[in-house]
Design a binder for this molecule. Structure first.
Ligand code: T1G
Length: 708
């Protein structure tokens, strides 16, 4: 293959092998589809070529269209020259040989091929819905013909990756070759076997599976109903269903045209732009200015957790899910027993819900080893402290870790806000210490906030970031400050929600505004879920230390009444036994009115927009301070934290991206300045906000004020 060619061709004794070589994931960037088409046409025209193979160089087949091309003014495909059309017109069989990923346009190329062969570790899928569009190269028309419309809709609307073995069972993959076997050779052998078989097996010619929609016409409405909650305010999931419906109701070529119409309606939608932004923001966040990508990482093959509480248990589950053996240490057998019982209970719930098999539960439990002595964890590569949020307790743990852990072991803390340097300075190896902050529930939430201590070594930080990705998280770097970055930027949101309740906005009203905006549940229902006592203690401590610290009188009153949230059946809302549905409670209204009167706070009405902007603009202002202080590398890193730590609706891009869509810095600065006049110092605009407003630079391009 010519050096540097994106797509190569080699005639192997009559089998034309077409190799795509566009690192890192063989995206269908400009030149790649053209190269594939050129070689398909050459192979068809060459009498010496009996059949062909399509295969990817490097680590993957084709990961899909080049997402960077969307939203740009790119050339329209030439009719009849689209890859899947040329494959359809091929007079010779083409075998798609899949390893790594065949996603989006990559799977569509494979589906337009005549045969598909894969290694078991390969994954296929049509994830376009995850970036706000839909498969636009025949996937919505061919997949239903292969697996039936119902299974096709599940794959297309979820956007999930389908492991090759499941794809083989579904009929998407014709043949699996043993892992480690020579896929290219197997594909060539398959091409040789099928070279003379006619007619060529084109999926477009197979309609038998579409009959399912005739016998069960309700499948489309049922699908629309089943996604209604999570697809709120979004169009792509519904367009995916409409495209599959077209496959069942139109001739193939009409269905292709309908698919393209639906695709064109989405490519430049707000939702698609925001989701593309989120996709790239979650790749950018892995890049650490000043720490080279090739920094050698320390080993993280064995892990230990100190503290078998809720967080420690959830962290242990994260390691076990990704096959990392993990010891969990606590000082008493009772604490360990409770911790392991909680872990087992979580798994049993997942098994009951069908999201986990018993075998998988047992595999994971087999990786979690309870221990009672620090000596039992001394040889572990990484240890994460997850004990009470009390400084003396944490200092004691780190002193002990410093004594027992092997040289070079990574000493991480899951603290949600205590100064990392306090723990680091309790050891003689501060270079090995960093924060690795999980978000509750630790085995569910994706955000893994890595916090840089003053003396954290570069490889310590690089390894921490890689460790997060290794256990299925999205790692994001934060500078060491009160609340780090995620919680610090979320803090003002919490302040404003409590103040608005004092001013007359009821919890159910604020929750509705945020659920309508796209959150899965409202902030008050979320507080009830976490437990109102969590913040109560720290507020009392801070008020005792800082006379200027303003407590939250209504939240405090609820806690003092024993209303701790779901766990006591009442908090901001009332709960029926065994039901998590929040119900407004007149008792809470009484407390609010009583406290507001006591505090002499003027009650007033709110618009939905005022509620939304009071909460989110407060956090945008704090995010500007964070960037100014150099505690985050990028505004998009803060967006990644809000998407993966706080369930901010993904199709709105993230806190800072969204702020740009509602008038950007100029509008936010105008509004905050008005609230500054009305409410005082807490609404003082951040200097960076003012500069962005004056210079017209959007939030998502804001740069940190200084190095982290
Ligand atoms: N386009 C452009 N760049 C891409 C890309 C893509 N499809 N996929 C990955 N990259 C870049 C990524 O930004 C990063 O860049 C590098 O490759 C490594 O990615 C017509 C319309 C394949 C599972 O949605 O899911 O086809 O940071 O860190 O963790 O119907 O990449 O190094 O500069 O994610 O090993 C459909 C998206 C497109 C797949 C590999 N396909 N990609 O994960 O690597 S739309 C997708 C992924 C489409 C058709 C429709 C993952 C991966 P940088 P990475 P990874």
């Amino acid at each position: 293959m010519a050096q540097g060619a994106l797509v190569g061709f080699e005639n192997v004794d009559g089998i034309g092998v077409i190799t795509i070589d566009n690192p890192p994931v063989n995206a269908l960037s400009p030149g790649v589809p053209e190269g594939i088409v050129e070689h398909l046409e050459r192979g068809n025209a060459n009498p010496a070529v009996k059949a062909m193979v399509l295969i990817g160089a490097g680590r993957s087949f084709i990961a899909g269209a080049d997402i960077r091309q969307f939203g740009t003014n790119r050339p329209r495909p030439v009719p009849g020259k689209r890859t899947h059309e040329v494959l359809d017109a091929s007079r010779k069989p083409v075998v798609a040989a899949i390893h790594g990923y065949a996603l989006g346009g990559g799977l569509e190329v494979a589906l337009a091929s005549h045969y598909r062969i894969a290694v078991p570790s390969a994954k296929v899928g049509l994830p376009e819905v995850l970036i706000g569009i839909l498969p636009g190269s025949g996937g919505t028309q061919r997949l239903p013909r292969l697996v039936g419309p119902k299974a096709a809709m599940e794959i297309i609307v979820s956007g999930r990756q389908v492991p090759a073995e499941e794809a083989h069972r579904l009929g998407i993959i014709d043949e699996l070759v043993p892992e480690g076997a020579d896929l290219r050779a197997a594909a060539i052998a398959m091409a040789r076997r099928v070279a003379d078989i006619r007619p060529l097996p084109r999926i477009r010619d197979r309609d038998e599976k579409l009959a399912q929609s005739k016998s069960d016409p309700g499948i489309f409405d049922a699908m629309r109903k089943s996604i209604a909650r999570r697809a709120r305010n979004q169009r792509a999931p519904y367009h995916c269903i409409a495209a599959v419906e077209a496959a069942c109701t139109m001739p193939f070529d009409d269905g292709i045209r309908r698919e393209r119409e639906l695709f064109d309606e989405l490519e430049n939608s707000d939702e698609a732009r925001a989701l593309r932004y989120a996709f790239f923001a979650e790749r950018e966040v892995a890049k650490l200015p000043g720490i080279p990508r090739e920094t050698p990482l320390r080993p993280t093959d064995t892990a230990a957790i100190v503290g078998a509480g809720t967080m420690g248990g959830g962290i242990a589950m994260s390691f076990a899910e990704f096959g990392v053996p993990v010891k969990i240490l606590d000082t008493t057998q009772d604490a360990l027993d409770r911790g392991l019982a909680r872990i087992r209970g979580n798994y049993e719930t997942s098994c009951r819900r069908g999201s986990l098999t018993e075998a998988e539960m047992n595999r994971r439990l087999g990786l979690i080893e309870p221990v009672k002595s620090y000596d039992d964890i001394a040889r572990c590569d990484v240890v994460i402290e997850a004990v009470f949020e009390r400084i003396p307790v944490k200092e004691e743990v780190f002193k002990k870790l410093d004594e027992v852990m092997k040289a070079g072991a990574l000493l991480f803390t899951n603290t949600s806000g205590i100064d990392i340097d306090i723990m680091a300075n309790a050891t003689k190896r501060p270079q090995d210490v960093a924060g690795t902050h999980f978000f509750a529930p630790a085995n569910v939430m994706k955000l893994f906030e890595v916090v840089k201590g003053a003396k954290s070594a570069p490889d310590t930080l690089a390894t921490a970031m890689a460790l997060g990705r290794k256990i299925g998280k999205i790692s994001a770097m934060a500078g060491n400050c009160d609340g780090f970055v995620a919680n610090r930027s979320r803090g003002p949101f919490g302040t404003e929600m409590n103040l608005m309740v004092e001013e007359g906005a009821l919890p159910e009203r604020i929750d509705k505004v945020m659920v309508d905006f796209g959150y899965p549940i409202g902030p008050f229902a979320t507080a009830d879920l976490s437990g109102l006592d969590i913040g109560y203690d720290s507020r009392q401590r801070r008020a005792a230390q800082d006379p200027n610290f303003r407590k939250q009188p209504i939240a405090d009153a609820l806690v003092e009444m024993g209303r701790l949230g779901q766990k006591t059946g009442a908090g901001w809302f009332r709960y029926e036994k065994g039901d998590r549905t929040p119900h407004p409670d007149p008792e809470v209204v009484r407390v609010i009115q009583e406290k507001a009167k006591e505090l002499g706070i003027e009650q007033h009405s709110f618009s939905d927009e005022e509620i939304l902007h009071r909460l989110l603009f407060a956090s945008v202002n704090e995010a500007c301070k964070i960037l100014e202080e150099g505690k985050a590398y990028r505004a998009s890193d803060i967006d990644v934290m809000w998407l993966n730590g706080f369930n901010f609706p993904r199709y709105r891009g993230g806190l800072m991206y969204w702020a740009d869509t509602v008038g950007g810095p100029a509008e936010v600065y105008r509004q905050i300045s008005a609230w500054h006049q009305r409410y005082g110092a807490r609404w003082t605009p951040a200097p960076l906000l003012r500069r962005l407003a004056e210079t017209g630079i959007p939030f998502r391009e804001a740069k940190p004020g200084r190095a982290m």
